[in-house]
Structures are given as C-alpha cells and as structure tokens.
Design a protein. Structure first.
Length: 124
C-alpha cells in the first residue's frame, strides 16, 4: 500500500496541485485586498457624511475635492481590477490549453527541473 501512495504522488495531476494551492492563496489575498479597499472607501464616505453638518467655505471646498478624488479612485480601482482579472483569465486559459495539448512536455520539464534542483541541493 505504501508503494501505491508513492506512485500516486508522482502523477501529473499531483504535480499540478501545488500551483493550484498558490493560486488559491493568491485569490484569497486578492479578495482580502479588495475587501480592505472597500472598507477604506466606506470609511471615507462615512467621514464625508459626518462632516456634512459643519459649514465653512474652506471645509465645503475640501469636502467636494475629497469626494471627487474618492470617486476618481473608485473608478480607477474598478478599472484596474477588471483589467487584472481579464489578464489573469487569459493567462489561465492559455496555460490550461497548453498543458492539455502538451502534457508530456510539462511532465518532462518538471522532471528535468526536479533533477537539476536535486543535483544542486545535493551539492550543498
């Protein structure tokens, strides 16, 4: 039974699990960052609302400028997020297609990299 589990660890499907784990961590970090930016924008909007009761030409001017900058920031953030997501999806589709079209090239490259790393690490 032990030999069988070692054989399973060397399959191409197992070799693809490590990048999937990295992808999951990246997506979690992206989601956390988006959540943090959302909280920042919400807090900034709340700050604008709480200062609405104060008057004065300088404060009103600062409030309008802050609102404009906040709206501009939200637009740029949404655009950047869409562009990054689109780029990520295209890269993932291209990588997935290449791996499915050339599985033995990928396995061979991974094996060669493993041999090289093993040789280099053994020398130390």
């Amino acid at each position: 039974m032990q030999a069988n589990s070692q054989t399973e660890e060397r399959t191409p499907a197992r070799a693809l699990e490590a990048p999937q784990a990295s992808l999951d961590k990246l997506l979690q970090a992206k989601d956390q960052l988006a959540s943090d930016f959302g909280a920042l924008v919400s807090d900034a909007e709340e700050l604008l609302k709480s200062t609405a009761k104060y008057s004065g030409e300088g404060l009103n001017s600062a409030r309008v400028k802050f609102r404009d900058n906040l709206d501009h920031f939200k637009g740029r953030l949404a655009g950047a997020q869409d562009a990054a997501l689109d780029r990520w999806n295209r890269t993932a589709e291209a990588s997935n297609g290449y791996v499915h079209e050339n599985p033995w090239k990928i396995v061979s490259a991974a094996a060669a990299l493993g041999v090289i790393l093993g040789f280099l690490l053994r020398r130390k």
